[in-house]
Design a protein around this ligand. Structure first.
Ligand code: SF4
Length: 439
């Protein structure tokens, strides 16, 4: 495991955090110059052999996106690469950390992706609520302007401060000037995205890995991680941990228990851990403690590492109260296009709130489970599915807390721990000013 500045890290190796963004000279001294492995065909073969899965949440193979875009490219519709740094999960810090401390590693990856598909433009899509990030990227671009081997144009666009703004169809909508509105797509954006152009939308961490794959090859890449999920993985620690927001890189075989012991301040298993984000899943601490930090192994037991958020419930905290708070936030982040999401999620949050305040009985709790189940797959994007995951796993993992609320109106705990939620409506006005005028 490594934290920022650790020499044995991969993505996080380099100058310590207090040095700020690594400049181009230091980056190239440390990593060596970027030399692409042959032509476009070779490059796609290298990415395929590496088995690099997207690190934004969906864990989609990057090579498939790149091939789809390369195949769809025409003379009139030049491909586009989007470095997705929207990081809409409020507690996640990994992408911001990479952009603000290792910008050249991320930009190298974007240029590799562009070379693989013949893209003429790269968009670095950064969170609008974090003003330092665009400044860091602009400085990094100015350094690269002198030595760049690539003729690709690079643009910086601010992503609206909304949970769903990083969903790939919402990214396309923002870049077309329509705001962060996900939409169902029969054709993937990799084939037909921004104004009909093949558009590869890949997460910041994914791009940083791609830069390393292009430099050091698939075999080196696979020395970290596992066969089913090669490469290292970035995690953000939240909830009840000693350093909230700490970003940790899991390099090799390591369990969640080892990670929480060395970086989270835990000596033994927490009661419950929220894994994968606010639209993620509660997992029993005992079960997670000895489980490997491995996307493939987690997937096999129905858990997603998602954006890499790992948030143990602090001792004495009320998991139900935390869940109600997060569910209300998710309900407020609906893009307001699909009824089951726009009306269903607030109703779900109200019903769970009634349980938390002792105004519901066991029958209502059972109905809640059915309501969560029925909201699955009913939206144009997976936002309601994430909320359903949160509720369903809370009903199971936090069953003792819930029983106490039903019986006595409280379990004696509070909604404590670092589970940050943006102020209501903070980003709602921002998107109307964004769009393709910006790039
Ligand atoms: S499911 Fe919700 S967030 Fe997704 S498109 Fe529909 S209304 Fe918007």
């Amino acid at each position: 495991m490594a934290t920022l500045g650790a020499p044995w890290g991969r993505l996080l190796a380099g100058p310590p955090a207090q040095h700020g963004a690594e400049d181009l000279a230091s980056h190239e001294r440390r990593m060596g110059p970027l030399q692409l492995p042959g032509d476009r065909h070779d490059l796609l073969g290298t990415v395929t052999a590496a088995g690099l899965l997207g690190r934004g949440g969906a864990e989609f193979p990057l090579a498939v996106k790149l091939r789809t875009a390369a195949d769809a490219a025409t003379m009139t519709a030049a491909p586009l690469v989007v470095v997705n740094g929207s990081e809409g999960e409020p507690a996640s810090r990994k992408d911001r950390t990479l952009l603000e401390h290792r910008p050249h590693l991320v930009l190298d990856g974007a240029e590799v992706a562009a070379a693989a598909i013949g893209a003429t433009d790269i968009v670095v899509y950064v969170h609008a609520g974090r003003p330092t990030t665009p400044a860091v990227i602009h400085r990094a671009l100015a350094q690269r302007a002198v030595t760049s081997w690539s003729a690709t144009r690079i643009h910086v666009v601010e992503a609206p401060d909304r949970y769903v703004a990083g969903e790939s169809s919402a990214v396309v909508a923002v870049l077309e000037g329509r705001g962060p509105l996900p939409s169902p797509r029969r054709v993937p954006v990799a084939a037909c995205g921004v104004e009909g152009r093949p558009t590869v939308v890949a997460n910041v961490e994914t791009m940083a890995h791609l830069a390393l794959v292009a430099r050091f090859g698939p075999r080196w890449f696979g020395e970290a991680g596992t066969e089913g999920a090669p490469g290292s993985t970035l995690l953000t620690l939240a909830g009840g941990v000693s350093v909230p927001g700490l970003v940790v890189e899991a390099l090799g075989p390591v369990t969640f228990g080892e990670m929480l012991r060395s970086h989270g301040g835990w000596a033994g298993p927490p009661a419950a851990v929220l894994v994968g984000g606010y639209g993620g899943q509660w997992v029993e601490g005992d079960a997670l403690w000895s489980a490997p930090v491995d996307r493939a192994a987690l997937r096999a037991v129905g858990t997603r590492l998602g954006c890499g958020l790992v948030a143990p419930l602090p001792p004495g905290a009320c998991g139900l109260a935390v869940t109600v708070r997060l569910l209300r936030y998710l309900a407020g982040e609906s893009a307001g296009q699909c009824g089951p999401c726009m009306y269903g999620l607030p109703a779900l949050a109200d019903a769970l709130g009634a349980v938390a305040s002792g105004r519901a009985g066991r029958g209502e709790v059972r109905r809640l489970g059915r309501a969560a189940l029925s909201s699955r797959g009913r939206g144009d994007c997976s936002h309601p599915d994430g909320a359903a995951d949160l509720v369903e796993t809370a009903l199971h993992v936090l069953a003792d807390d819930i029983a106490a609320h039903v019986r006595r109106g409280t379990c004696g705990g509070h909604a404590t721990g670092w589970f940050p939620v943006p102020a209501d409506g903070a980003g709602r006005a921002a998107w109307s000013n964004l769009g393709n005028d910006n790039w």
